[in-house]
Design a protein around this ligand. Structure first.
Ligand code: TIU
Length: 220
């Protein structure tokens, strides 16, 4: 077993059996005019983690370990978007409406793309998901099973919404989950802090957390 110094205690993983899941590092959440901003958020703090997420991705690529990207996006006919989800938000625009980066949160639109610095390489999987969790209504679980992967490192946005939801889904499915503390961000700093604390409380009730540099060093 390999080991990464983490909270609430060291994170162990079998060498070659660890994958990185980068959650929703897409223009819709990180750039002005996308879903994050139509919900009323200041999106600027999220762009600040892009270089750190890139360092984590590069560490996994250099170690020959899988990098899986996700995007929150709906089909163009919105058949996979519950009316309840579309009705939320209270802003002038909602999911499926036309914004400056194309239709909001719709797969295939410019705003749904990953930010250019974090684009998937050929051969890397991109999961397009209709929900906050990446296991719901996607092939992610089958894909991990087929590759024999039981240990997952998480990064991306936002910490308390799609990242935490996916970590909880993974935890209930038996995966050992580690969140990169500085490669995740929220529109609400206090929500990020609370999420990191609740994940590792009670002996790691949801999983572990560690800084990106420690994780990357642990891959070598
Ligand atoms: N609104 C918010 O914080 N997040 C989302 O809607 N989706 C993700 O977290 N990706």
């Amino acid at each position: 077993m390999s080991m990464i110094a983490a909270q609430p205690y060291d994170y162990s993983f079998p060498a070659g059996r660890l994958a990185l899941i980068v959650i929703d590092m897409q223009r819709d959440f990180i750039e002005e005019g996308g879903f994050g901003s139509v919900l009323g958020n200041d999106v600027r703090p999220l762009a600040a983690i892009v270089p750190t997420v890139r360092r984590l991705i590069d560490g996994f690529r250099a170690a020959g370990l899988p990098v899986i990207h996700t995007r929150e996006g709906h089909r163009s006919d919105l058949s996979d978007c519950p009316p309840a989800k579309r009705a939320r938000g209270g802003g002038a625009l909602t999911i499926g409406d036309s914004g400056p980066m194309g239709r909001i949160l719709v797969d295939g639109e410019p705003g749904n793309d990953l930010v250019p610095e974090l684009a998937a390489l050929p051969g890397e999987t991109v999961i397009v998901k209709p929900g906050k969790g990446a296991f719901y209504a996607t092939p992610l679980g089958d894909l991990l099973k087929a590759q024999g992967i039981g240990h997952l490192v998480f990064a991306g946005v936002t910490t308390e919404v799609c990242v935490q939801t996916t970590m909880r889904e993974a935890n209930d499915r038996g995966y050992e989950c580690l969140l990169a503390e500085d490669a995740t961000e929220s529109y609400f700093p206090e929500f990020k802090a609370a999420t990191l604390a609740m994940i590792r409380a009670q002996g790691g009730i949801v999983g572990w957390t560690a800084p990106t540099d420690i994780i990357v060093a642990g891959l070598r």
